[in-house]
Every structure is written in structure tokens, then in C-alpha cells.
Ligand binder design. Sequence first.
Ligand code: UDP
Ligand code: MN
Length: 432
Amino acid sequence: MMSLSVLSLPQRYKRLLQAMTLAVAVVYMTLLLYQSAYGYPNFQLQPQPLSSSSQLLDGNEPAAITTTQQLQQQQQHQQQQQQLQHSLPPTTQTASSFASSAASPITPSLIIRKDIHSFNFSDIEVSERPTATLLTELARRSRNGELLHDLSQRAVTATPQPPTTELDDIFISVKTTKNYHDTRLALIIKTWFQLARDQTWFFTDTDDHYYQEKTKGHLINTKCSQGHFRKALCCKMSAELDIFLESGKKWFCHFDDDNYVNVPRLVKLLDEYSPSVDWYLGKPSISSPLEIHLDNKNTTTNKKITFWFATGGAGFCLSRALTLKMLPIAGGGKFISIGDKIRFPDDVTMGFIIEHLLKVPLTVVDNFHSHLEPMEFIRSDTFQDQVSFSYAHMKNQWNVIKVDGFDLKTDPKRFYSLHCQLFPYFSFCPPR
Ligand code: UDP
Ligand code: MN
């Protein structure tokens, strides 16, 4: 029994040894399989150009490469890489170095495939895409198409922010005449002109050193004839338009010398519109469009046309875009010729050019006011919101706004009182 057990001991060891060898072999095989699938951790990867990677994708290359082959391949790759680094533009370099860094010379095919699948080279290399099939090309194009479509949709549906308008974007022109310098011009200079000294210009018909100095050179002698007749008025309007066009400002706003302009409100109004769109903003003084008959030189018949116009006595504004369209037909003094042709005053001529010739409709802004409407009906709690006011003395009666402030003798036109309501910090306003 004893001898049996002694004899059987080496036999047992032999079996154990066999089992252990088998286990080691299984572990070794498993390790080999694992390495061939995932490679060695922290292995120094050799650079490999994109073209070689593409070849390996064919699947013709053997998974195991001999040591000599490895060395040859490594040398070849190093040479190719040096050449690439000297000849390719930076973007191509980036793309190819990304591809090559993933390639191991020992287990190339699987690793390269894995990385190729996770990285789309066609996104970077548009010009060099030898492996791109027609389908991937179409897919790429349709993706771009979708992107473009999406962008264009956004451009259409997004609410465009109107450009911000500042006081300095506005050219304010005031029509005046020699006889009104002391009575009307002086009142403007003391009140609202102080809020837009650099933007306001007075178009008159004489030299006047006193007011030239008061306005710091903002008095323009148009050399147009004095008098309240059509030709003289159209001559001034023509000068206003031409000087605005030269100014490069975004908005042209015309007022008469019996207007009070609420400067901040004017800026706020224009801020709601784009100067690069055709805008004719103002207020008509008649309840239906003006009907005029144009002479037809070729026939004896008259042509009847209708159009709206913004009354000049309330003030109106034109966007630069619109005035640029007017330039070829009404710029450089041609405004006067058109006025001569239709034989109507300056504001009617303006409406004729804009509404009839250019087909740009008048946009009615109720916040402009001329003395053709009863001023007393403008509620004092809405003064802040009005763009312009006016006054007139007719048949021994004043058509003026109803406003608290200075007495009627001191302020018959009510502009000082209005100014103090809107801007109470002015020097002549009573302390509150
Ligand atoms: N005006 C002018 N020359 C004149 C008379 C008036 O340039 O001989 C100007 C005046 O300065 C004002 C506009 O024309 O800006 C309108 O004048 P007014 O208010 O006297 O008349 P309305 O047409 O308003 O009745
Ligand atoms: Mn007037």
C-alpha cells in the first residue's frame, strides 16, 4: 500500500503538470487573441500615412507581419512622413497625422479599421477623398444641403433686429425765410434746436451773420428767391434734398419753421424703421388722395393721376434708401423741374415723385402735426409721444396747443411752455 502510494506520487505530479501546462497554454492563447484584437497597451505607435492606411483597409494585408517587414515598413513610413510634413498644407497634415497615429505596425488592420470607422476623413479632406464612394459623396452633399436649407430657413423666419438709429443718423432740415428769422427761427433756436444743434440745418434765402453765429454755422443761404410761391419753395426743398444726399446720413427729415420738433421722439420713431428700406413717413392734410391732371404733349387729352403726399407743415422723413432712388430723377436740382412740370408746391411735388413716379406709398404717422389740424385737440398727456407740433395765427385767432406754463402774452405760440413740459430742466423753465 505504501509502495503503491509512493509509486503513484510522481504519476499524480505528472498529471498536475500536464493540467498546469494546458492551463498555461489556454491563458497564453487567450492573451495572444486579446493582443491581436486590441493591441499592446502603451505601445509606441509608429506614424503611418493615410494612403497606406487606405490600402490596409482592403483586407489583403496579413494580420501578422515579420520583424524584417516591420522594420522595413517603419523606415518607409518614417521617410513618407518626413516628405508629407514638408509638402502638405497644415490641414492635410493634421488629418493625415491623426490617421497615422492610430496605426500600429504590428497589428495594423484591426486598429486602423476601428479608428477609421470612428473618424470621418471626408469631413476634413474635401479635395483628397480617394476612398469616398458616390454614396458617401451624395450623403455629404445632402447633409450640406440640409444645413444650407436650415440656415436659409432661419434667415427667413428669424425676426431681424432693426438697426439702432441715433440722433446723429438724422439730417433735420428747416425751411425758413429772411422775414421769419426773428419771429420763428429765434424761437426754434431757444428751444428744440438746443437738443439737436449738430443735426439741424436751416435753409434760408439770405445771409444772416447774427443767426449764423447763433446756430454755429448751420444757416444755409440757398440763394433761392424770397417769397411764398411755388418756385421759391421747390428751390429750397431741392437744396435740402441735395445737401442731405451729400451728408451721408441715414434719414432726411424736413420741417417748416413753425414746427416744434420733439427730438427724442423723432429718434425713437425712426429707430422703428430701417433706413435701407424705402420709407416715406409723414401725415397727409387731406382726407383723400390728391387728384391732378397731367398735360399730355402728344394728345389734347389730360391724364388723371392720384397720389398721397405728406404735408410739409407737419414735417416728414425719408429713408436714405428712398432718397437714393430719387437721386437720378430729382437730385442735382431736378426737383425744381418736376415741380415746374406739375405746377404744385414742394410737398406735393415730393408726394408726386415718391408715390407716383417711384411707387413708394406714404406711411402715415399720426404723431406729426401741422397747423392745418386744430392744435388744441392734442391731449397734454400725449405730448411726449408726438413728433411735431405747430401753430398759426388766422383770422385774429391762434391755433395753438393747450398747455400749462407761461402766460399767453409771454408765450403766444406755446412753444416755451411745451418745451418746459417736455424738458423741465432748461434754464428758462420755472423751478418745479
Ligand atoms: N416760407 C418761405 N418763403 C416765404 C414764406 C414762407 O420759405 O416767403 C417758408 C416758411 O419759412 C415756412 C414755410 O414756407 O417754413 C411755410 O410758410 P408759412 O408757415 O408762412 O405758410 P403755410 O404754408 O404754413 O400757410
Ligand atoms: Mn405754416
